[in-house]
Design a protein around this ligand. Structure first.
Ligand SMILES: Cc1cc2nc3c(=O)[nH]c(=O)nc-3n(C[C@H](O)[C@H](O)[C@H](O)COP(=O)(O)OP(=O)(O)OC[C@H]3O[C@@H](n4cnc5c(N)ncnc54)[C@H](O)[C@@H]3O)c2cc1C
Length: 495
């Protein structure tokens, strides 16, 4: 691959991915680069994507964002968890929080002790031993500098892009509004030389970041990276989305994911409104039926009308091709359950920063980037498939097919390991920790037959006391926190 020094950077697209990439590059490599971002007001952004994952706080630290300012600017709220409703069985509810379950020892994790207690006929729900989960349930939250609480945010995606844009422009990023009409490649190497606007203007660059969303104008339409289709596992291919008034006095610090007959519905509470949408598979229902399900399950009056989105779950076979990296929907889409897209954007941007091709796009660097990206996407994919596979629902063809599907070997091995031994060992590239795997497996009623024998060393009496103390301490700490609404009003309400 040709060594070409990257100095002039062109970001195609100004959604969450485009502005996240611009913000990080400008802040950390700004003096070394000339950064231009192109976006089209006519095309706009996908406009959804409002629930996040705790790693966003690290990314914001990298950008040097002030939390209060960011929450005010995006009318954001706190996310401690996701409440899954009707997933394992109709009428079931479990919470997957960002917290740690109980207290582990060096020899074995807490859940083995919990499994031992359950086998002996005592102990409460796994979630009773997790601080974040109990705080979410009680709708309570507080934070301070270096808070040990693991949390993320809900925010208005359009306001988020606007907020980042203001910062980027102040840091010297040039924004060009207009439509990219054509991509000009070098006739021999195939490297991208310039983006030619419909107006005829030519935007030249050394390195290009494709943030054009599902279109993938550079990475796919031009460089033909190829797409790995995951729809045999992740069947949803459509979503209808809208915004409603804020229905409740009390704002829950979690996303709701409510399973319906052929998909599921998200409910994301912000300070001033709720975002909601129904994600479904057109192999099992129609757009009209799905729209009706959404309209029948609203909490407040509609503020912004329906929007229909179509997608194919999977990932770009190579996120980096020649002198172009795809970030965001241009690089792949797993599906919105567990809100990992913005995490994958920010992780992709951070990886790019660490591997920035100042001295050219050499093969080994590109290979390394692509391999890390592949592993990251596959780990997230497996965790999302778990929610569908580990269902006991058999009331509709959609759920029966999910329950009966073959899953990737990597996931099948994890399920077998937990079922046989109670062990969960996430890989190094896994963004979901043991606690997440457990909360979801247990919540989905996927059972372990056994547990680590070390848990038998504690007498029943000591084990009982340990669990009671843990649960009591968590309950006391949670009761001392303000409600989430009180917190937002004091911390970041817009005057
Ligand atoms: C139903 C659904 C729900 C989701 N929920 C979540 C969630 O809760 N949490 C989460 O993390 N993620 C979620 N996502 C994903 C999230 O929406 C995206 O990851 C995020 O919005 C980033 O999108 P993007 O910037 O890659 O693309 P887009 O928002 O589509 O932006 C593309 C940009 O490219 C520009 N562009 C395109 N073509 C051209 C052209 N020819 N010329 C000039 N400019 C052009 C557009 O103007 C726009 O600025 C969801 C996605 C879907 C579909």
């Amino acid at each position: 691959m040709e060594a070409q020094k990257a100095r002039k950077i062109v970001i195609a697209g100004g959604g969450t991915s485009g502005w996240c990439a611009a913000a990080a590059l400008a802040r950390h490599l700004g003096p070394l680069l000339e950064i231009t971002l192109i976006e089209s007001d006519d095309i706009g952004t996908v406009g959804v994507g409002e629930a996040t994952f705790p790693t966003i706080r690290t990314f914001h630290g990298i950008l040097g964002l002030d939390e209060r300012e960011f929450l005010r600017a995006t009318r954001g709220s706190i996310k401690l968890a996701i409440s899954f409703e009707n997933w394992a069985r109709k009428g079931d509810r479990y919470i997957h929080s960002f917290g740690v379950n109980g207290k582990s020892t060096w020899l074995s994790e807490f859940h083995h002790f919990w499994l031992a207690a359950k086998a002996a006929g005592f102990g409460d729900e796994l979630g009773d031993y997790c601080f974040e989960l109990q705080a979410a349930k009680a709708h309570r939250f507080v934070t301070s500098e270096n808070s040990p609480i693991s949390y993320a945010y809900h925010f208005d995606a359009t306001l988020y892009a606007r907020y980042l844009r203001t910062r980027c422009e102040a840091q010297g990023v040039t924004r060009i509004e207009g439509k990219i009409g054509r991509v000009k490649q070098h006739p021999e190497t195939g490297f991208i030389e310039a983006l030619v606007m419909e107006s005829g203007e030519r935007i030249e660059g050394d390195f290009f970041i494709d943030c054009t969303g599902f279109r993938g104008i550079l990475i796919e339409q031009t460089l033909k990276a190829g797409y790995e289709d995951w729809s045999r596992w992740l069947r949803n291919d459509s979503a209808v989305a809208l915004q409603t008034d804020c229905p409740l006095d009390d704002i829950p610090p979690y996303t709701r994911a409510i399973a319906h007959d052929s998909g599921w519905q998200w409910k994301i509470p912000l300070q001033h409104r709720q975002g909601t949408g129904h994600v479904y598979s057109t192999a099992y229902t129609t757009d009209d039926e799905a729209r009706k399900v959404l309209l029948d399950n609203l909490d407040g009056d509609i503020r912004v009308e329906l929007r229909l989105l179509k997608f194919l779950t999977g990932r770009r076979k190579s996120a980096w091709v020649k002198n172009c990296v795809a970030i965001g929907l241009a690089g792949g889409f797993i599906e919105p359950l567990e809100s990992t897209s913005i995490h994958l954007i920010q992780s992709g941007v951070t990886r790019l920063l660490r591997m920035f091709p100042f001295d050219g796009c050499c093969e080994s660097l590109v290979r390394q980037y692509n391999e890390q990206s592949r592993l990251e996407y596959e780990r997230v994919r497996d965790f999302i498939i778990l929610h569908y596979k580990a269902t006991q629902r058999d009331d509709t063809p959609y759920w029966r097919d999910c329950r009966d599907m073959e899953v990737p070997d990597t996931l099948a091995q994890r399920l077998e390991l937990f079922h046989e031994s109670g062990h969960v060992f996430p890989d190094a590239d896994d963004v979901f920790r043991i606690d997440s795997w457990l909360q979801v497996m247990v919540g989905q009623r996927f059972e372990a037959k056994s547990f680590h024998p070390v848990a038998r060393i504690l007498s029943e009496d000591r084990l009982r006391r340990m669990l009671e103390t843990l649960k009591g301490n968590i309950a006391t700490a949670v009761a001392q926190m303000p409600t989430h609404r009180e917190f937002l009003e004091k911390y970041c309400a817009v005057e």
